[in-house]
Design a protein around this ligand. Structure first.
Ligand code: PAF
Length: 282
């Protein structure tokens, strides 16, 4: 695997590959890789000649600076995992490469997509995500960009950015990877205690039950109420549970209001915020 820290070295290498007609797939990450990330890379490897993974802990998307300082950075372990899975290029820049002085970052109006759900809890977070993904796309110039369904709101916002700016990159949504008991894979899961870990598995159990119920219950306000009661019965602290249009992220009242419907939630277990979602209609 090639490892590039400087934009110019990466770009020289990728230009050569492109001149040879190679298709480039790109998986941006903040490191602390787990099987969920690796599934993005595996899918990118199947669909492209060359895969670039970036590891960059982006300061502009952290509203809480302690989170940024404490963010795990197991770079050696990540490099090993990337090699095992067959990733060809790792881009590991420092902040000066991504944000050199005088760089003009985009400030796109996200049409309210950034204000609901995660956005309501993390001020400025999605603005930072859009800035860094836009900047990374500019540096890597991939044919295809791979993002996980796990962060559904992030995926939708990046899709919106690509449409608004008429970028030519193909965006691929990769399904959520789950542990054997259903818990969505996340770098945060290691922060759970033993009991918390068992409890956390109930999040996906509830989501799957709600998906089943949606076959009969098309009043989505009632369906949401059912979900909230289930979380309450499991003694779980819910930051939000919303049933939304997958494109606009607006709350829905009825099944017929949208073509693609997703239930998104964030639940706190052991003080850890766990995100999950399920497509109810697609
Ligand atoms: O999902 C992530 O890991 C980050 O938000 C991303 C897309 C790499 C941008 O920093």
């Amino acid at each position: 695997m090639y490892l590039f820290k400087k934009n110019q070295d990466l770009q020289t290498y990728l230009n050569q590959a492109r001149n040879q007609g190679k298709q480039v797939g790109f998986v941006p990450t903040m490191g602390a890789l787990h099987k969920g990330h690796l599934s993005l890379i595996e899918q990118a490897l199947q669909e492209n000649d060359l895969v670039v993974c970036s590891i960059f802990v982006n300061p502009t998307q952290f509203d809480d600076k302690t989170d940024l300082v404490n963010y795990p950075k197991p770079v050696e372990k990540d490099i090993n995992l990337l090699q095992q899975v067959g990733c060809q290029v790792l881009y590991l820049p420092d902040a000066n490469e991504v944000y050199p002085e005088n760089i003009k970052l985009i400030d796109l109006d996200l049409n309210g997509l950034d204000k609901t759900m995660e956005g309501a809890h993390r001020d400025g977070h999605f603005r930072g995500v859009v800035q860094v993904v836009h900047r990374l796309l500019d540096i890597v110039q991939p044919n295809a960009l791979y993002m996980g369904q796990k962060d559904f709101q992030q995926y939708t916002i990046i899709k919106y950015m690509i449409q608004q700016l008429q970028l030519t990159v193909r965006l691929v949504r990769v399904p959520i990877m789950r542990e054997a008991d259903g818990l969505a894979m996340s770098s945060r899961n290691i922060r759970l205690g033993k009991q918390g870990r068992t409890k956390a598995a109930l999040i996906s159990t509830i989501l799957f039950e709600i998906k089943e119920r949606a076959k009969e219950q098309q009043d989505l306000l009632k369906l949401k109420q059912e979900a909230l009661l289930k979380f309450q019965a499991a003694d779980m602290s819910v930051d939000y549970f919303e049933i939304v249009d997958a494109n606009t992220l607006q709350d829905l009242k009825h099944w017929k209001e949208a073509e693609e419907i997703v239930a998104c939630t964030t639940v706190r277990v052991d003080g850890v915020r766990l995100l999950d979602n399920i497509l109810l209609k697609s």
